[in-house]
Design a protein around this ligand. Structure first.
Ligand SMILES: C[S@@+](CC[C@H](N)C(=O)[O-])C[C@H]1O[C@@H](n2cnc3c(N)ncnc32)[C@H](O)[C@@H]1O
Length: 140
């Protein structure tokens, strides 16, 4: 079963990563293989791949910690994929100080919309949100 709240991921092509590492090889005698030698070996492969080698990997990932978190329209944390997380990792960032024993919540949706729009989107997840904000904004 798939949850809708998993993070979309775009990570650089592993092939591109490989060539970036070759570019980063120190060009000195202490290194087992020089950048020039490495390029001589790998250049034909790069040429054969053309531009396709740079195509990033796109997909959706399942994050066990994030999957344990309930939704709130006034969340105290955010699941986030930082630009520097090129290996597919993601982080949960606190949006405010969170006290011990407080529930950590994230938002499954764009919460900057009306009460009705939020509830309509959350219906796809199979629940009616009763977070403090929804209780306050619920029409009588
Ligand atoms: C990713 S799971 C969250 C963790 C889940 N509560 C658990 O115990 O494994 C998402 C599901 O949790 C429930 N859920 C999440 N936030 C909720 C909320 N604010 N009110 C009621 N149910 C919620 C819904 O059933 C939703 O489909």
């Amino acid at each position: 079963m798939f949850e809708l709240n998993n993070l979309g991921l775009v990570v650089p092509s592993p092939v591109e990563d490989y060539f970036i590492h070759i570019d980063d090889l120190p060009d000195d005698e202490k290194c087992n293989i020089s950048q020039e030698e490495a390029e001589k070996v790998t250049r034909p492969f790069l040429d054969a791949l053309g531009e396709d080698y740079a195509a990033p990997c796109e997909g959706t990932a399942f994050f066990p910690l994030q999957s344990c978190m309930n939704h709130s329209c006034c969340p105290n944390a955010k699941a986030y994929k930082r630009d520097e997380d090129t290996d597919g990792n993601a982080v949960i960032i606190a949006l405010e100080p969170i006290k011990k024993d407080d529930e950590i919540t994230i938002s499954y949706i764009d919460e900057d919309v009306s009460y009705e729009e939020r509830q309509a989107e959350l219906a796809d997840y199979g629940f009616i949100c009763t977070c403090p904000r929804c209780q306050e904004e619920k029409p009588n």
